[in-house]
Design a binder for this molecule. Structure first.
Ligand SMILES: *Cc1c(COP(=O)(O)O)cnc(C)c1O
Length: 495
C-alpha cells in the first residue's frame, strides 16, 4: 500500500515514511492510495478473535511494508491486559436493545487516545529502521487535553525519541493537567501555552514547516514527527475498533450479518469519526455517522450549510478535548469528497488559512449528508444527559460521550431511525469528575479531584482507575509556560 498527500504534490510513500514524517512536505496529510476491502466472512471471523488479533488484521492491510510478525507483536504488546483494565480492551456495553456504548477508555490514560498511542510508539521505531533514518525522532504534540498524556505515556523512555507536549494553559481539566505535569521520563517536555488548543496546534504546525528550525534540529541530530491525529499512525489503529464493535454486536446477536448500523462519535479534530468512515469504505456496513460537537459547533454548520467558518467565538466547555475550531482531519474527508482532488483541497485549505473560512458546492453537501448527520449539544443539554442517562440506565458517561448521547437522542427524535447504534465513548467519567459529579448532584466548589472521584465511586459503583489514584501526591515536574509565539524558543530550551 502506498500513501499520497491530500494536497496532491506527493505520492508513492510507504507507510513507514508516512508515519515517520507525520505531515506531508506539501502541507497535506497522508492518505492510503486506496481502501483495502474486507468481506462479510472476514468480518464474521473477527467475532472469534481477541482485540489484538482484530487490530493486527486491519493494520496488516495498510502497513504492508511491516512484516506480519512485527504488526502482531506490536498489537499484542500495545493491547495488553497489563496496560488495559478490561480484558476485552474495547468492550461494547449494552444500553438498550438498539443502543450500545463502545468504551475506548480502558487504557493507561483513561481516554480513547490510548487506542492509537499505545501502539504508535511501537510502530515508529520500526519506521525509523525501515527508512534508514539516522536522526533521533523529536515528537511535537499539541493537545486539547487527552492526546498529551497518552503520547507522554506511550513515548516515555522510548529509545531514539524525545517528546514535547504543548497544552492550552486554561483549556484542560484538572485531572488532564495533573496527568501531564507529573509525567516522569528522560525524554519528555511539557509546556503550557497561553491560548487555546487552536493556538497550540497552529504553533506546532508553524514549527513543522519552519525551515530555520528544521536545519537547527537537524544539526543536533533530530528530525520532527507528530503524534497528533494528523499522523497516519494515529488513524490506522482507530479503524480497528469500528470493526471490533461490529464483530461484538454480531457476537452478542444484536444484529444480523451484513446489517447496517449507526455510529455516534463525539468529535473534535475529526480523527476518530474519520477512522470510522475509512472502516465503511473498507466494507463495514454503516448507515450513518452521527458527528456530535459541543458549543464549538463549526462542524455542525459545515455539514448542514456547506460553509466552514472558524471566525466565531471560542467556548471553553466541559468537554475540552472537543474545544476545537480547526478540525485538521476534515481535510482527509474533503479529499474523498472531491474525488481525490488535491488542487481543490489545497484551495480550500488556503482559504481557511487566509480568511478562516471556505465554502463548498451544494453537491458536496449532499455527498456529506448521505453518510453523516451532524449536531451539537450545549453545556446545559450535556449536563442534563449525564444525569438522565444515569437515572434511566444506571450508566455514567463523561461529558464528551454525553455530547454524543445528546445529539443521538435528538437525531432519533428527528428521524425516527431505529437502526442499531454504537455510541463511541471517548473518556472515562473519572477524567472529568467535577463536571460528572456536578451533573448528578450539587457539589461544593472547594472539593478536590480525589474526593470527587471517591464520590463518583459511591454513586456509580465503578472502580476508581489507577490513572487517577496514582496522581495523588505525585510531584509536579513541568512548570514551563509560554505564549504561542514563544513555542519555538521553548523547544530550543528543551534541546
Ligand atoms: C480527542 C478526544 C475527542 C475528539 O476526538 P477527535 O478524533 O479529535 O475528533 C473526543 N473526546 C475525547 C475524550 C477526546 O480525548
Amino acid at each position: 500500500m502506498q500513501y499520497e498527500s491530500t494536497r496532491g504534490a506527493i505520492r508513492g510513500m510507504t507507510s513507514a515514511q508516512a508515519i515517520l514524517q507525520g505531515l506531508a512536505e506539501d502541507g497535506g496529510l497522508f492518505v492510503p492510495q486506496s481502501f483495502p476491502h474486507i468481506n462479510q466472512e472476514e468480518i464474521e471471523a473477527l467475532t472469534k478473535e481477541s482485540y489484538p488479533q482484530r487490530a493486527s488484521f486491519i493494520l496488516k492491510k495498510y502497513l504492508t511494508d511491516y512484516t506480519n510478525e512485527e504488526i502482531s507483536a506490536c498489537a499484542q504488546l500495545a493491547y495488553h491486559p497489563a496496560r488495559f483494565d478490561d480484558p476485552d480492551i474495547a468492550p461494547l456495553k449494552k444500553l438498550t436493545d438498539s443502543e450500545f456504548v463502545l468504551e475506548l477508555w480502558h487504557g493507561p490514560t483513561i481516554a480513547f487516545k490510548d487506542m492509537a498511542l499505545q501502539i504508535l510508539p511501537r510502530l515508529l521505531p520500526l519506521a525509523v529502521q525501515k527508512t534508514g533514518e539516522k536522526d533521533q525522532i523529536l515528537i511535537l504534540v499539541a493537545t486539547s487535553g487527552d492526546t498529551g498524556k497518552a503520547a507522554l505515556d506511550g513515548f516515555c523512555n522510548v529509545a531514539g525519541t524525545r517528546i514535547a507536549v504543548f497544552y492550552p494553559q486554561e483549556g484542560v481539566s484538572q485531572a488532564q493537567k495533573m496527568q501531564m505535569v507529573t509525567q516522569s521520563g528522560q525524554n519528555v517536555h511539557v509546556v503550557a501555552v497561553k491560548g487555546n488548543f487552536d493556538d497550540a496546534q497552529n504553533g506546532v504546525k508553524r514549527i513543522f514547516v519552519d525551515e530555520g528550525i528544521q536545519t537547527e534540529i537537524k544539526q543536533k541530530g533530530y528530525r520532527f514527527s507528530s503524534a497528533n491525529s494528523i499522523n497516519w499512525g494515529r488513524l490506522v489503529p482507530q479503524i480497528a475498533y469500528y470493526f471490533s464493535a461490529y464483530a461484538d454486536l454480531l457476537k452478542q446477536k444484536a444484529i444480523q450479518a451484513g446489517e447496517k448500523i449507526n455510529f455516534v462519535v463525539p468529535t473534535g479534530n475529526f480523527g476518530n469519526i474519520l477512522a470510522g468512515y475509512y472502516a465503511m469504505r473498507m466494507g463495514l456496513p454503516v448507515n450513518k455517522f452521527i458527528c456530535a460537537s459541543n458549543c464549538n459547533n463549526v462542524l455542525t454548520d459545515f455539514f448542514q450549510k456547506q460553509v466552514y467558518d472558524k471566525n466565531r467565538p471560542f467556548f471553553k466547555t466541559a468537554s475540552p478535548s472537543m474545544d476545537i475550531l480547526i478540525s485538521s482531519n476534515l481535510e482527509r474527508l474533503l479529499y474523498e469528497m472531491s474525488g481525490r482532488n488535491g488542487e481543490k483541497v489545497s484551495a480550500w485549505m488556503k482559504k481557511l488559512k487566509q480568511e478562516g473560512k471556505y465554502e463548498i458546492d451544494e453537491k458536496y453537501g449532499e455527498w456529506l449528508r448521505e453518510f453523516f448527520y451532524a449536531g451539537f449539544a450545549d453545556e446545559e443539554a450535556t449536563k442534563q444527559i449525564v444525569k438522565e442517562t444515569f437515572e434511566k440506565y444506571g450508566y455514567v458517561m463523561d461529558p464528551h460521550t454525553a455530547v454524543g448521547q445528546a445529539v443521538y437522542e435528538r437525531y432519533v427524535s428527528e428521524t425516527a431511525d431505529k437502526t442499531v447504534a454504537v455510541l463511541v465513548s471517548t473518556a472515562s467519567p473519572y477524567k472529568f469528575c467535577k463536571d460528572v459529579v456536578g451533573a448528578l448532584e450539587p457539589i461544593q466548589e472547594t472539593v478536590d479531584e480525589f474526593e470527587l472521584a471517591k464520590r463518583l465511586h459511591v454513586l456509580s459503583g465503578l472502580v476508581i482507575p489507577k490513572a487517577i489514584t496514582e496522581l495523588e501526591g505525585k510531584p509536579v515536574l513541568h512548570q514551563a509556560v509560554c505564549t504561542p509565539e514563544m513555542m519555538m524558543d521553548e523547544l530550543r530550551n528543551f534541546l
